[in-house]
Design a protein around this ligand. Structure first.
Ligand code: HEM
Length: 498
C-alpha cells in the first residue's frame, strides 16, 4: 500500500515538472517536421543525412528543429542563419556535444576536435595553431610533400607507359596518409607496426566509428547496453592506437630529433619536457593530438582532391583551362613547385567551386549550445546539437545563380574566399571551432591537383563519357566518392625525368 504522503509528493513533483515543461514549451522553438514517438525524426534520415536534411529544410526553413531519439538538434541551412550561429553567437555555440566516440577515441576528450569548450580546449587549440600548424612549421614540411608527390608522379609515369587505368582514389589517399605520417611522426611506419589491418584502415575505422549513428548517443540509457557493439569496437581500437602511439613516443625519446626537421611529435615532446604549459601536458595529451592531426588531415585532403579531379574529368573544358594556366605559369619544362600555387588563380576558382558543391565535411562537426539563446526569434535550448549544413549553403539559390552547375568562372571578380567570412561557402567552418589546419589542407590539395593535372592528361577508362561518371557520395564525417575514381594517365611534360 502506498502511503498518502508519497502520493502527495508524486503529485507535487509531476505538477512542478509539468509547469516547467509548459514554460519551456511556450518558448518558440524553430519549425520542423512532425516527429514520431521515441524515434523523433531518426526515421527520416537515410544514407546521406546532409542531402536528407537539405531536402527537409527546404520545406521547414533555414533554422529547423528536429529530434533524434531524445536529443534536440538545430539544423542550420542558409548563409544568414550560419552567420548567426558561427559569428554573432559563436561563443554560445562553440561547444562539442558529449558523444560515445569522444569518450573512447580521444583519451577522455583531451583532444581538440571533440574537446569540450573551456580553458583546457582553448589552451590546446592555441598550442596547435601557434606551434604545430604555424606557417613556419607548415613550410618546414615542404621538401617532404614535394618528395612524396614526386614518388607518386614516378609511379604514374610507369602506368602511363603501359596505358593502364589507375585507381586515383586509392593512390591519392595513400599519398595524403604518407604525408600526414611523415609530418606527425617524422617517418613512415610500416603498416604492421600498428596492426595487421594497416595504418590507413585503422585511422579510417576511427573516423567511421566517430560518424556512425550510435544509439547510445540518441538514447543515453541504451549506452551501457552497446546494442550495436560500437563501444566494444571503439575500446579495442583505442588500445591499438594507445600501444602504437606509445611506441612512437618511445622512439622519439630514444632517438631525439638528431638535427632533422622537427616533426609534430618532437614539438609536442619539447613542450611536455619544458613543463612550461599553463595546463597539465603529458603523454595522454600527446597521443590525443597525434590522432587529431592524422584523422583531421588524411581523409579530408584526399577526398577533396578526389572530388576536384572528378569534376575536372566530368568537365574537360575546365581541365583544359587549368592545364593552360599551368603551362603559362609553370611551363611544360618542369614540375609544379609549391611556390607556383599563389599564381594559379583559375585553379583556385576550381578548388572553391568544388568545395561549394562537395564540402567534404558537409555537416561540419556538431556544435553544442552552452546556454539557452534566442536566434531570429527562435528559442535554441541549452545542450542542443547544432548542425550547420554546408552542403545546403553551397546550393542556396538566394546566394548562388544556377547552384547545381559546376562553373568555376562564377568566382571571377568575386571576393568570396574559403576563410570562413563568407557564409555561403564554409568548407572549413568558421569562428572559434573553424578548422585550424586550413592553410595546410589547402596547400596539400592545391599542390596535389596542380601536379597531377600538369604532369598528365587524364581520360576515363573504357571509353566512358564524362557525363557518365558516377558522382554518388558516401557519407561519413568525411564524404568520399561511393565508387573509386579510375582514370588513364598520359605523361605530358617535355622532359621525362622529374
Ligand atoms: C582539405 C582539408 C580540410 C578540410 C576540408 C577541413 C575541414 C574541417 C572542418 C569542416 C572542421 C569542423 C569545423 C567546425 O566544426 O565548425 C575542421 C576541424 C578541425 N580540423 Fe580541419 N580540415 C582540413 C584539413 C585539416 C588539417 C590538415 C588539419 C591538421 C593537421 C586539420 C585539423 C582540424 C582540427 C584540429 C579541427 C577541430 C577544431 C576544433 O574543434 O576546435 N584539418 N576541419
Amino acid at each position: 500500500m502506498l502511503s498518502s504522503s508519497f502520493i502527495w509528493y508524486t503529485i507535487i513533483v509531476v505538477a512542478v515538472l509539468s509547469f516547467l515543461h509548459g514554460s519551456t514549451k511556450k518558448k518558440k522553438l524553430p519549425p520542423g517536421p512532425r516527429g514520431v514517438p521515441i524515434l523523433g525524426h531518426l526515421h527520416m534520415i537515410g544514407k546521406n543525412p546532409h542531402q536528407d536534411l537539405h531536402r527537409i529544410a527546404q520545406k521547414h526553413g533555414p533554422i529547423m528543429y528536429v529530434q533524434f531519439g531524445f536529443v534536440p538538434h538545430i539544423i542550420v541551412s542558409s548563409p544568414q542563419a550560419a552567420e548567426q550561429f558561427l559569428k554573432t553567437y559563436d561563443l554560445v555555440f562553440a561547444g562539442r556535444p558529449p558523444h560515445q566516440a569522444s569518450k573512447y577515441l580521444s583519451w577522455d576528450q583531451r583532444n581538440i576536435v571533440f574537446g569540450t569548450y573551456g580553458p583546457y580546449w582553448r589552451n590546446m587549440r592555441k598550442l596547435c595553431t601557434l606551434e604545430l600548424l604555424s606557417s613556419i612549421k607548415i613550410s618546414s614540411f615542404q621538401p617532404m610533400r614535394r618528395e612524396e608527390l614526386g614518388l607518386l608522379v614516378e609511379w604514374l609515369k610507369h602506368a602511363a607507359l603501359e596505358c593502364v587505368s589507375v585507381d586515383l582514389s586509392a593512390k591519392v589517399s595513400s599519398l595524403t596518409a604518407e604525408m600526414s605520417c611523415r609530418m606527425v611522426f617524422g617517418k613512415k611506419y610500416e603498416d604492421k607496426d600498428i596492426d595487421e589491418r594497416g595504418f590507413k584502415v585503422v585511422i579510417q575505422e576511427a573516423i567511421k566509428l566517430s560518424a556512425m549513428p550510435n544509439l547510445g548517443d540518441y538514447f543515453p540509457f541504451l549506452g551501457v547496453l552497446d546494442l550495436q557493439g560500437l563501444t566494444k569496437r571503439m575500446k579495442a581500437l583505442s588500445k591499438v592506437f594507445d600501444n602504437f602511439f606509445e611506441k612512437v613516443i618511445d622512439d622519439h625519446v630514444r632517438d631525439g630529433d638528431q638535427g632533422r626537421t622537427k616533426d609534430i611529435v618532437d614539438t609536442m615532446m619539447s613542450i611536455m619536457q619544458s613543463r612550461d604549459t599553463e595546463f597539465q601536458f603529458d603523454r595522454r595529451h600527446v597521443k590525443a593530438i597525434m590522432l587529431d592531426m592524422l584523422a583531421a588531415s588524411m581523409d579530408t585532403a584526399a577526398s577533396t582532391v578526389e572530388w576536384i579531379l572528378s569534376e575536372l574529368l566530368k568537365n574537360p573544358q575546365v581541365m583544359k583551362k587549368v592545364q593552360k594556366e599551368l603551362e603559362e605559369v609553370v611551363s611544360l619544362d618542369r614540375m609544379v613547385e609549391e611556390s607556383d600555387l599563389e599564381s594559379l588563380e583559375y585553379l583556385d576558382m576550381v578548388v572553391k567551386e568544388t568545395f561549394r558543391l562537395h564540402p567534404v565535411a558537409p555537416l561540419l562537426i556538431p556544435h553544442y549550445s552552452l546556454e539557452d539563446c534566442t536566434v531570429d526569434g527562435y528559442h535554441i535550448p541549452k545542450d542542443a546539437r547544432i548542425i550547420v549544413n554546408t552542403f545546403a549553403l553551397g546550393r542556396d539559390p538566394n546566394a548562388w545563380t544556377d547552384p547545381e552547375k559546376f562553373n568555376p568562372e562564377r568566382f571571377v571578380g568575386s571576393s568570396i574566399d574559403l576563410r570562413g567570412q563568407h557564409f555561403q561557402l564554409l568548407p572549413f567552418g568558421s569562428g572559434r571551432r573553424g578548422c585550424p589546419g586550413m592553410q595546410l589542407g589547402l596547400i596539400m590539395v592545391r599542390f596535389i591537383v596542380a601536379q597531377l593535372v600538369h604532369c598528365f592528361d587524364w581520360k576515363l577508362p573504357n571509353n566512358m563519357l564524362p557525363s557518365e561518371l558516377d558522382m554518388t557520395e558516401e557519407f561519413g564525417i568525411v564524404v568520399a566518392r561511393a565508387e573509386h575514381l579510375m582514370a588513364v594517365p598520359t605523361y605530358r611534360l617535355q622532359k621525362y625525368s622529374t
